[in-house]
Ligand binder design. Structure first.
Ligand code: PLP
Length: 458
C-alpha cells in the first residue's frame, strides 16, 4: 500500500469568497475598549479570524444552497419538513422529531416539561445554555464527568465520559428527583472531548435499570462518532452512520443544534420516543416557536439541514475535519503551549490557568488570554471558564472547573494558511503571558453574563 500524504487536503474547493476584516493595532485597541473587553461585543468586521464559535458559522455546500432554493415555505405540511424529518430519522430513528430555531429552544421546551425545583438533571458537563435552561426551570444542573475530564493534561481518549459510579450512586439514592439523564456528545464545556460507545452503553443500561430516560445533547454527534471510530478498540472498520445509529438506539431522545453537525447556519430539533411528552412539547412549540412542521425555521433552512446531515457523516469530510483541528493543537503542543489534550473535534482549548498562573480564576485568566489574542492579531476566541460558569443562581461566585480559551473552528471555512497565522498569533501572546493582566466585571450581574458583561483590566 502507498504511504499516506502528510498534507491535509480540504475536501472541497472554494466557489464563493468573503473578504476578511484587516485592522490596525490601534483600531483593535479602540474596538476592545468600546466592547468593554467583551469579545461578544465586537463588530465582526473588526475580526480577522473568527474562532469565537463553530455554531452556525460554517460554509454551506453548493448542494445545500440548492436546497435553499428548493425550500417550500408552506405554513403546514411542507415537503421541506418531510425531507428534514427523513434525514433526521435516517440517523436518529426516534418516533417524534420536532424542529426548533436552534438548540436552546429544544432545551427550553424539554426542560419546561421535565425539570422543576427539587429535580436534578445530570450530564457529563452541561453546556452554558443547557445549564441556564435547567436552572431557569428551577432544577439543578449536575456535572458528572470522569476525573480525567477535569484534567487538561490527561491523555484519556474519552475525557467526555460520564462518571458511571457517580451516576449509579445518584440514581440509587435520588432516583425520584432525576427526570432525565443527559449526555453531551462531544463534551463542549469539557474541551470538546468525545464520549466512548462503551460509556454510552453503560449509561443507557443504568438509565434503563432505574427507569430514567436518557437524552443526548447531540450537537457534535458526527465528530463524536468519528472519534469513536478512530480511538475505540473494535470500531475502526465501522461506517460512521452505523455508529451514530447505535448511539441513537441507546437513548430515548435528544436535543440538537443543527448549527454544528447539521452543517447549517441555523436550526435545531428535539426528538424522542415518548408519545405523551412529544404531544406536550409540540403544544409549547406552537405557542412559542411555530407550527410543528417548521418550528421557527423557514422551509429552506429545513432543506439545508436535510442535506447537511448527509454531508456531515461523509468519511472524507470527517477525516479532514478532525485532522485539521488536530493540526492546530499539534502545532501549539510542539511549541509547549498548554492545551487540553488529546484534541477533540471542533476546537482547540488553550489552558489559560496553566499559561497565566499569576492571574487567579476570579480575575478571569481565560478572558485575559482571549483579549490578548484579539489585540495581537485580530483572532477572536471564546473564554470557557470562570467568566462563563463562575456565577451561581444564588449570586455567589466560585472558580469554574477549568479556565480555557476555546479556539473553535468553523466548518469548511478557513484554510490551512489561516490556521498557520493563528498559530503565530498564539505563539507571540504566549511569549508575553507573564505580563497579561487580570480583569474585573464592572457591569451589574446578569444571567449568561459572559455574553453581556463589561470588564476592565486590573
Ligand atoms: C453542547 C451544546 N449544547 C447546546 C448548545 C446550544 O445550541 P444553540 O446555540 O443552537 O442554541 C450548544 C451551542 O453551542 C452546545 O455546544
Amino acid at each position: 500500500m502507498s504511504r499516506p500524504f502528510r498534507t491535509i487536503i480540504e475536501p472541497f474547493r472554494i466557489k464563493s469568497v468573503e473578504p476578511l476584516g484587516i485592522t490596525t493595532p490601534e483600531r483593535r485597541e479602540e474596538a476592545l475598549r468600546a466592547a468593554g473587553y467583551n469579545l461578544f461585543g465586537l463588530d465582526s468586521r473588526d475580526v480577522l479570524i473568527d474562532l469565537l464559535t463553530d455554531s452556525g458559522t460554517g460554509a454551506m455546500s453548493a448542494e445545500q444552497w440548492a436546497g435553499i432554493q428548493r425550500g417550500d415555505e408552506s405554513y403546514a405540511g411542507s415537503p421541506s419538513f418531510a425531507r428534514f424529518e427523513a434525514a433526521v430519522k435516517n440517523l436518529f430513528p426516534f418516533r417524534h422529531v420536532i424542529p426548533t430555531h436552534q438548540g436552546r429552544a429544544a432545551e427550553r421546551i424539554l426542560f419546561a416539561h421535565v425539570a422543576r425545583p427539587g429535580t436534578i438533571i445530570p450530564s457529563n458537563t452541561h453546556f452554558d445554555t443547557t445549564r441556564a435552561n435547567v436552572e431557569a426551570a428551577g432544577a439543578e444542573a449536575r456535572d458528572l464527568v470522569i476525573a480525567e475530564g477535569r484534567d487538561p493534561s490527561s491523555r484519556h481518549p474519552f475525557k467526555g465520559n460520564v462518571d458511571l459510579q457517580a451516576l449509579a450512586t445518584l440514581l440509587e439514592t435520588e432516583r425520584e428527583h432525576v427526570p432525565v439523564v443527559f449526555v453531551t456528545i462531544t463534551n463542549n464545556s469539557g474541551g470538546g472531548q468525545p464520549v466512548s460507545l462503551a460509556n454510552l452503553r453503560a449509561v443507557s443500561a443504568l438509565c434503563r435499570r432505574h427507569g430514567v430516560p436518557m437524552f443526548l445533547d447531540a450537537c457534535r454527534f458526527a465528530e463524536n462518532a468519528w472519534l469513536v471510530r478512530e480511538r475505540e478498540p473494535g470500531q475502526s472498520d465501522r461506517d460512521v452512520v452505523d455508529i451514530v445509529r447505535e448511539i441513537a438506539g441507546l437513548a430515548d431522545g435528544m436535543t440538537m443544534s443543527a448549527k454544528k453537525d447539521g452543517l447549517s447556519n441555523t436550526g435545531g430539533w428535539l426528538a424522542m420516543n415518548d408519545d405523551d411528552l412529544a404531544r406536550r412539547c409540540r403544544n409549547l412549540l406552537v405557542l412559542t416557536e411555530g407550527f410543528p412542521t417548521y418550528g421557527g425555521l423557514a422551509g429552506r433552512d429545513l432543506d439545508a439541514i436535510a442535506r447537511g446531515l448527509v454531508e456531515v457523516v461523509d468519511h472524507d469530510y470527517l477525516r479532514y475535519r478532525i485532522r485539521s483541528t488536530a493540526y492546530l493543537g499539534d502545532a501549539l503542543e510542539a511549541r509547549k503551549i498548554p492545551i487540553v489534550v488529546p484534541v477533540g473535534g471542533h476546537a482547540v482549548y488553550l489552558d489559560a490557568r496553566a499559561l497565566l498562573p499569576h492571574v487567579p480564576p476570579l480575575r478571569y485568566p481565560g478572558q485575559s488570554l482571549a483579549i490578548e489574542l484579539y489585540r495581537e492579531g485580530g483572532v477572536r476566541g471564546c473564554e470557557i471558564g470562570t467568566l462563563m460558569f463562575g456565577l451561581h443562581p444564588d449570586g455567589t461566585e466560585t472558580p469554574a472547573m477549568l479556565d480555557l480559551v476555546r479556539l473553535a473552528i468553523p466548518r469548511r471555512t478557513y484554510t490551512q494558511s489561516h490556521i498557520d497565522y493563528v498559530i503565530e498569533v498564539v505563539e507571540r501572546v504566549a511569549a508575553r503571558a507573564p505580563s497579561l493582566p487580570g480583569y474585573r466585571i464592572v457591569s451589574p450581574p446578569a444571567p449568561l453574563r459572559h455574553f453581556t458583561a463589561r470588564l476592565e483590566p486590573r
